[in-house]
Design a protein around this ligand. Structure first.
Ligand SMILES: NC(=O)c1ccc[n+]([C@@H]2O[C@H](COP(=O)([O-])OP(=O)(O)OC[C@H]3O[C@@H](n4cnc5c(N)ncnc54)[C@H](O)[C@@H]3O)[C@@H](O)[C@H]2O)c1
Length: 323
């Protein structure tokens, strides 16, 4: 990639995924050169097809568990399968992606003196005993369960980020992202919003795990990306960890009812047993992000669901959409 004077060269790992593709898009819109690095494990070229012809966009197929030598000004490290179905498919690879991936990307950041952002997760809080979860809470994570490859991998990545900070004075930004949804989620990755929408649109039963009383917060992708960009723009002293998400909570049953209504679906609700270690409640305390970034999510669940439903309607009918 030819580096133009004055523009920033930014690498996004996991850039062909759901969040990564939205982030690449925003970075390009803001006038940056973007290098998207992805092994297409859960991401797809469809997510970035509209960016491929762009002169300031470059795609590199690469697995972050292997070292990478490129020249960049800053790095967003998003590479990691994010849905339980995909991260449990090959749990050893999931831990490798989080841990070896973090080591490789931190090593690169150190070499080129780049600030590096880490997409951490609310899963570091595990099945929390404290509500809502603030950054001070250390979490309640099962180290040997089915979700541990993801939860502990992300926790270890945070450790690495803070040790690189302490040991090598690296510029780091660690965000703990809470449940985010929007266009370009995969159809079949088992995440609750995409699952319910696809089931409702195809007339299949809506599967609710447990009684549906468990609560979640849902952040629309545009709000999250705004928060990430604002966090990255803060000065070096702000390392995080910083919660990013939408603090409004809904029960899973409420989400299902709303999606049924918005899709005019006649799908029935079926109740199945809860998967192991599934958190009963999840709600971010975002007061730190609100005061540091002057940021707060503004998209209502109805508005966010409308554009997500529209995306799935188009993609299920084979029309595809680039929103
Ligand atoms: N979406 C959410 O609600 C959410 C919540 C918390 C944290 N996160 C984090 O944000 C990041 C992006 O999540 P997403 O929802 O976009 O998931 P996603 O699965 O759509 O995106 C992950 C991307 O990483 C790529 N990838 C996976 N392993 C890789 C490897 N070894 N080398 C290179 N690329 C690799 C995948 O191909 C995919 O494009 C993840 O790190 C995830 O843990 C997401």
């Amino acid at each position: 990639m030819q580096h133009r004077l004055g523009s920033k060269k930014i690498m996004v790992t996991g850039g062909a995924g759901f969040l990564g593709s939205h982030l690449c898009e925003r970075l390009i819109d803001n006038g940056n050169d973007v290098l998207c690095v992805d092994n297409l494990y859960t991401g797809t070229k469809d997510n970035i097809r509209h960016l491929l012809p762009h002169a300031r966009f470059e795609f590199m197929r690469h697995d972050v568990t292997f070292p990478l030598y490129v020249e960049v000004d800053s790095i967003y490290n998003l590479a990691c399968p994010a849905s339980p179905m995909s991260y449990q498919f090959d749990p050893v690879q999931t831990t490798k992606t989080s841990v070896h991936g973090a080591i490789n990307m931190l090593g690169l950041a150190k070499r080129v003196k780049a600030t590096i952002f880490q997409a951490s997760t609310s899963e570091v809080y595990g099945d929390p005993e404290v509500h809502p979860q603030s950054e001070e809470y250390w979490g309640n994570v099962n180290p040997i369960g089915y979700r541990s490859c993801y939860d502990e991998g992300k926790r270890c990545a945070e450790t690495l980020f803070f040790d690189y900070r302490r040991q090598h004075k690296l510029g780091i930004k660690v965000a703990r992202i809470f449940n985010t949804y929007g266009p370009r989620m995969q159809h079949d990755d088992g995440r609750v919003v995409s699952n319910f929408i696809v089931q409702a649109l195809t007339g299949k039963p809506i599967t609710i795990f447990g009684g549906g009383e468990q609560t979640r917060s849902f952040c629309y992708v545009d709000d999250l990306i705004e928060g990430i960009l604002k966090f990255m723009a803060t000065d070096d002293s702000h390392t995080g960890p910083l919660n990013l998400g939408n603090p409004q909570v809904f029960s899973i049953r409420q989400l299902a009812d709303l999606i049924l209504e918005m899709t005019n679906s006649r799908s029935e609700l079926v109740f199945e047993s809860l998967p192991p270690d599934d958190p009963k409640r999840r709600q971010p305390d975002i007061s730190r992000a609100q005061s540091l970034l002057e940021w707060t999510p503004t998209t209502t669940l109805q508005d966010g669901l409308r554009s997500t439903i529209n995306y799935f309607e188009n993609s299920l009918s084979g029309r595809g959409t680039r929103s």
